[in-house]
Ligand binder design. Structure first.
Ligand code: HEM
Length: 126
């Protein structure tokens, strides 16, 4: 399947399954520390190398240091959707938004290393 294939091939490491807390993930926001992590549906991706998109002051920096599922699914950059208190919660998304979210998951999984999973999502989601 060629869908969402990066233009230039990306060599990915084997996915890791480390248990990471939302607090740990918040430390990797490109501000407190250089590392930049974004979780989608509880899977944590390392986007540190893409400062063009995710660096401090860049348009998509709002997704960094959190599980950004809600905002990605809703194609939203709004503060209320990227607020880490709720940004992990995609249970509010409709069917079309869930499709968008799953497409982003595929997009990220073809570009960024998986470094772990969110260990302490406040609510169990499927
Ligand atoms: C006027 C509206 C927008 C424009 C013109 C725009 C434009 C772009 C462009 C040119 C790229 C790079 C594509 C590539 O690397 O091939 C991109 C990537 C991306 N966009 Fe947007 N975008 C817009 C709105 C949004 C919104 C509302 C979201 C919220 C979810 C969003 C999320 C993203 C994400 C997550 C990426 C992937 C960055 C990466 O990891 O490479 N965009 N956008």
């Amino acid at each position: 399947m060629s869908k969402f294939e990066p233009k230039t091939p990306v060599k990915l490491d084997p996915p890791k399954d480390d248990a990471l807390t939302l607090d740990q993930i918040a430390q990797c926001d490109g501000e407190r520390n250089k590392c930049m992590w974004i979780a989608i549906k509880g899977t944590v991706f390392d986007v540190t190398n893409n400062t063009n998109a995710y660096g401090v002051g860049k348009g998509y920096h709002v997704f960094v240091g959190k599980d950004a599922s809600r905002a990605l699914g809703k194609s939203s950059l709004k503060p209320e959707d990227v607020d880490p208190k709720v940004s992990w919660d995609y249970s509010t998304l409709n069917e079309k938004e869930m499709k968008t979210l799953n497409d982003w998951y595929t997009f990220f999984s073809k570009r960024y290393n998986i470094i772990g999973r969110v260990a302490d999502l406040p609510k169990k989601l499927d």
